[in-house]
Design a protein around this ligand. Structure first.
Ligand code: HSE
Length: 385
């Protein structure tokens, strides 16, 4: 099968290396015909082009893998490729989460695959396995560590007491962080991944802006100390669950928040760029998938797996998704360390030593209201699980 790569950065270069190595019968059956780059000097490869038209108008190219990142032109290229009758694979969670309904409709209208294993959980077969569970029974919830950059930072802050900024620079060097690491540290990257996981787990689309997201930008050593003293560890956790409102209507409890979890729990042992994603359903129970959630070759592995599925025609076609409101009724317990306690008075259940307080039994919606009113840029928020 002749294919084209859009982008040859961290993920794209990994895909090129895997396919060109022809290590398996399946990778040997894939042939990269064109590689779209921004600048001719980016790579030394006769297959490179800076003109997307050479790809979209080439009838020999059956599949396009988008690994450019960002919203545009990635979104327009993916849409144009589907409309030109090409299968599309993307690792670009921001673009996919932002435009999923439109792109799934374009894939369905053209009877082509839109596959996105690499967008969530890096190299872990998470999307494929969610699909396998959901084809047999309803998934009740999912949760997990979905960002390699923040997990790398948090686990080394915990084990070595190293500085946040220094660790972020290391995660960038290792190719874990996004081009703009704000997406990683402020929880937006996990927000996109929750959106995509909800599509696959619940066949439900929630636009990313509706998903509550808190990050680790303001975490300090005093929060680490609090965890240590109380036998806890901080992890950035994304979650989603189908819930019922008091009136019986359905909603989705979904969000991203740094979470304090018992230091002896399985999730606490997931370190560095590793991710751990868990889904819960009635027959299977809890099933957890662990592996490298970021980095060139693990993520490229997931892209190539999608290519092989499409080539072997095992990939399911995109289904039409429904929408559900985000729950305003599900209650959570939070650790909050503000600059000034008074601005958060209404929430305080009890104060704790590190300048923080515990707020018990409040919804993400209520939390958002109070945080907005307080207008405190340095507040650190964690859920207590
Ligand atoms: N920046 C992302 C992470 C890359 O750190 O997890 C993989 O999605």
């Amino acid at each position: 099968m002749k294919i084209a790569l859009l982008g040859c950065g961290v993920v794209g270069s990994g895909v090129r290396a895997i396919i060109d190595a022809k290590e398996s019968r399946n990778t040997a059956a894939l042939e990269i015909k064109k590689i779209l780059v921004k600048d001719e000097n980016e790579i030394d490869d006769p297959r490179r082009t800076t003109d997307f038209n050479e790809i979209v108008n080439d009838p020999e190219i059956e599949l396009v893998a988008e690994m450019m990142g960002g919203l545009e032109p990635a979104h327009s290229y993916v849409k144009a490729a589907l409309e030109a009758g090409k299968h599309v694979i993307t690792s670009n969670k921001k673009m996919l989460a932002s435009f999923y309904p439109e792109l799934a409709a374009a894939a369905a209208a053209n009877n082509r695959c839109l596959a996105y294993e690499a967008s969530t959980g890096g190299g872990i077969p998470w999307i494929a396995n969610l699909g396998r569970v959901a084809r047999e029974e309803n998934i009740e919830s999912f949760s997990g560590i979905m960002n390699g950059t923040t997990n790398y930072i948090l686990s080394r802050m915990t084990s070595e007491g190293k500085d946040f900024a220094e660790l972020l620079a290391e995660a960038q060097k290792l190719g874990y962080a996004e081009a703009d690491p704000t997406d990683d540290i402020d929880g937006y990257d996990v927000r996109y991944k929750c959106c995509i996981s909800a599509v696959r787990a619940f066949n439900t689309y929630v636009s990313p802006e509706e998903i509550p997201a808190y990050g680790i930008r303001n975490i300090g050593m005093q929060d680490m100390e609090y965890c240590k003293k109380n036998g806890l560890v901080c992890k950035l956790i994304g979650h989603g669950a189908l819930v019922k409102n008091a009136d019986g209507s359905k909603a989705i409890d979904i969000g991203v928040v740094p979470s304090f979890i018992p230091a002896d729990s399985m999730m606490a042992g997931i370190s560095l760029n590793f991710n751990a994603l868990q889904c819960v359903s009635h027959n299977l129970g809890a099933a957890t998938f662990v592996g490298q959630g970021a980095g060139s070759l693990p993520t490229a592995h997931a892209v190539v797996q999608d290519m092989i599925d499409v080539m072997l025609a095992e990939e399911e076609r995109a289904e039409e998704v429904r929408t559900l409101p985000v729950s305003t009724e599900s209650l959570h317990n939070f650790y909050i360390r503000p600059s000034k306690l008074t601005a958060f008075g209404a929430l305080v259940t009890k104060t704790v030593g590190s300048g923080a307080f515990i707020a018990s039994g409040i919804s993400f919606a209520r939390l958002k209201e109070i945080v907005e009113q307080a207008n405190d840029n340095n507040v650190f928020i964690a859920e207590i699980l």
